[in-house]
Design a protein around this ligand. Structure first.
Ligand SMILES: NC(=O)CC[C@H](N)C(=O)O
Length: 380
């Protein structure tokens, strides 16, 4: 793009640091929590993952937009993140599936982006100081003025954002991963008698629903405030607790429902926020990590078996809070030894902090969907 066509943009962090670059996407002012994602692919899936609601994502991969945007890779109906930060942007995508450029797409959804930023330096700063709020603007180019808005914004800790992104009404999901992309041909799919799974929606990613369907589940997705007795009226074989944005401790309606669902002794599987909600329902606590885990190569496991996993989270289960309870640690994040998976000691209930559905990411953890189906088969 010729220099004269570029629109100057400003990024200010809550500690007062300012970065100047160029705008891509919407020319809006947005404030959010600035976090970094180290994935080398999948920018569209990241931008449309509802778990990023309220966050401004730094992409450490140096150029975004090369493959454009396509309809199939959406993880939800629209991107929900607050903004995007890139080293460089490709304005003319080239891919057979592309229907739109990344800047046009973000513009259409009122999401601002800033590029021309030294994303390595910025990421090192976040790693050193910790995740913090920041703002992107094209209309406020005065650092002090934008900083005022950044400082007035609420902190991510304590925010129930899942309420904003959960489905307003019940829907059924039956679409599996398309055959051309199915990588796990060994999964035993009993289409004659699908397992009925009720998914409590905190901001679910579509690929989770697809992987459940690929493993033989008919999924009924219900709003965040659906009481346990309503959920049990569907006579589900199992219950799924979804991923979602914000602070899990603030999602009190979800924790109350999960607690009540535990009494049914049905198989329960939780991913990311679902894992944290399950922990809370069983007496555990969560805390906020310094800068979280966001990327596609996070090692998780215990001694014998290690999976390379896709992750996107700020909060984690406090292992100290598990001591006297019924949960045990099934996986650790092997980069920093934080809790990455939980298992109930006597019931078919388990959860992971990472994303076995990948999208983007490796498929190492797809076996967890099979484990859930196996638990439902045994309970049937
Ligand atoms: N992907 C998720 O479900 C994230 C869960 C939670 N919002 C966290 O940041 O820890």
């Amino acid at each position: 793009m010729p220099l004269s066509d570029r629109i100057p943009a400003l990024l200010v962090l809550a500690d007062g640091t300012a970065y100047r670059g160029w705008s891509f996407g919407a020319t809006e002012t947005k404030i959010g929590e600035v976090v970094f994602n180290t994935g080398m692919t999948g920018y569209q899936e990241v931008l449309t993952d509802p778990s990023y609601c309220g966050q401004i994502v730094i992409f450490t991969y140096p150029e975004l937009g090369n493959t454009g945007i396509n309809l199939e890779d959406e993880e939800s109906a629209r991107p929900l993140c607050a903004g995007a930060i890139a080293r460089n942007i490709c304005h003319r995508p080239s891919n057979w599936r592309s229907t739109q450029s990344l800047p046009d797409y973000l513009n259409q959804h009122q999401i601002p982006g800033i590029y021309g930023i030294d994303t390595r330096a910025l990421t090192r700063k976040i790693r050193t100081v910790g995740a913090m709020n920041g703002g992107i603007s094209t209309s406020i180019l005065d650092e002090g003025e934008l900083l005022e808005q950044v400082l007035a914004a609420p902190n991510m800790a304590g925010l129930n954002l899942a309420r904003q992104v959960s489905t307003p009404k019940v829907y059924e999901w039956t679409e599996a991963t398309i055959p051309a992309w199915e990588f796990n041909t060994e999964s035993v799919v009993d289409q004659e008698q699908p397992f009925t799974v009720v998914a409590l929606d905190f901001g679910v990613k579509r690929n989770i629903l697809r992987r459940l369907a690929s493993h033989g589940c008919r999924v009924i997705v219900v709003p965040i405030d659906t009481p346990a007795e309503e959920i049990l009226k569907y006579n589900p074989d199992g219950i799924f607790l979804s991923n979602g944005p914000g602070d899990p401790a603030a999602v009190t309606e979800g924790i109350t429902t999960a607690k009540a669902l535990l009494e049914s002794e049905k198989p329960i599987f939780g991913i990311c926020m679902g894992h944290q909600i399950l922990g809370h329902a069983l007496g555990a606590e969560t805390y906020k990590l310094k800068f979280g885990h966001r990327g596609l190569n996070q090692p998780a496991g215990l001694q014998q078996k290690i999976e390379i996993t896709s992750q996107n989270h700020s909060f984690a289960i406090d292992p100290e809070s598990l001591t006297a309870g019924v949960l045990e640690v099934s996986h650790l994040n092997l980069n920093d030894q934080t809790v990455a998976g939980l298992r109930h000691k006597s019931l078919p209930i388990f959860s992971v902090q990472y994303h076995p559905e990948a999208s983007p990411g490796p498929h190492d953890a797809d076996y967890l969907f099979e484990q859930f189906v196996q638990a439902m088969r045994t309970a049937r």
